[in-house]
Design a protein. Structure first.
Length: 280
């Protein structure tokens, strides 16, 4: 009996450790330096990094620094670091050195010398010179990392599940909003579309045209709410209502941000009306 108790405790301890390891893996992905969750700790090992690993090393440092920057804003303090980290990774994917031309490689080498001086002197505070050299290293051609995220315009649409990130293309000045969805069922984070993709949602657009033929989607961030928690058939849905512009408006729902269903609509000045169920 005593042995059974010991085995049970050991099993429970192992399960706890397993979930802890899984959460770390989920938070910082795979890859050689994915286990480091602090840019400062990562900087301290710069002398041990082999030439063949430098791409991964400085890329991870960049992702961590950018995520830590976002975390310093008071209105983002409750957003889990994993969400900010994954967003930075998806917006700024890795740019391997093998794709660089001769000039790009030279710029990367110069940037590395400057970064190593910061690491050697343990000057880990964020500053414009450090960021310039870091961005030069990960994207020396300035052809990929042109997205600047505006921290003040990051919104939590559904607590701990759906976030809106406003960004600007530094090359063109164009504004764009990204939506990051935390899929709790699969322990996954994805940048998703809020506006239904027309080719994949022909039935949705047919319904929309039926009720509001001239409807145009707003470019502003919509409001989003979860389905009824007490209704098992509704709990997994996200209900999306485009920004109100004193015109016709709609509400639609989705479970996976891939397929959407129109749920209700309103013509300007009228009451909201539910959409009839599709006849089978």
């Amino acid at each position: 009996m005593e042995n059974e108790k010991i085995n049970y405790k050991k099993m429970r301890r192992n399960i706890t450790i397993l979930f802890a390891l899984l959460s770390i893996s989920f938070a910082f992905g795979q890859g050689k330096y994915g286990k480091y969750i602090s840019s400062k700790k990562l900087a301290l090992i710069y002398k041990t990094v082999k030439d063949g690993d430098k791409d991964d090393y400085y890329q991870q440092f960049y992702w961590l620094v950018k995520a830590e920057q976002l975390k310093t804003y008071p209105h983002l303090k409750d957003i889990k670091p994993v969400v900010l980290y994954e967003f930075v990774k998806k917006v700024n994917p890795q740019n391997p050195s093998k794709t660089l031309d001769k000039r790009g490689k030279e710029l990367r080498e110069t940037a590395e010398l400057s970064l190593n001086q910061y690491f050697k002197n343990k000057k880990f505070e964020n500053n414009s010179v450090l960021m310039y050299n870091l961005e030069t290293y990960v994207d020396p051609s300035k052809g990929q990392y042109y997205t600047k995220v505006d921290p003040e315009k990051i919104k939590e649409l559904v607590p701990k599940e759906l976030f809106a990130f406003n960004s600007q293309n530094r090359n063109t000045g164009e504004d764009k909003t990204y939506y990051l969805w935390v899929n709790k069922e699969k322990d996954d984070l994805n940048i998703v579309d809020i506006i239904p993709e027309e080719k994949e949602n022909k039935a949705f657009y047919a319904r929309l045209k039926q009720y509001l033929p001239s409807y145009k989607f707003s470019k502003y961030v919509p409001s989003v709410k979860k389905g009824n928690k007490t209704d098992k058939t509704d709990i997994d849905y996200y209900y999306i209502m485009p920004f109100e512009q004193n015109t016709d408006n709609i509400e639609y729902k989705t479970k996976d941000f891939k397929t959407f269903e129109l749920s209700q609509y309103r013509k300007a000045g009228d009451e909201w009306k539910g959409v009839e169920k599709t006849k089978k």
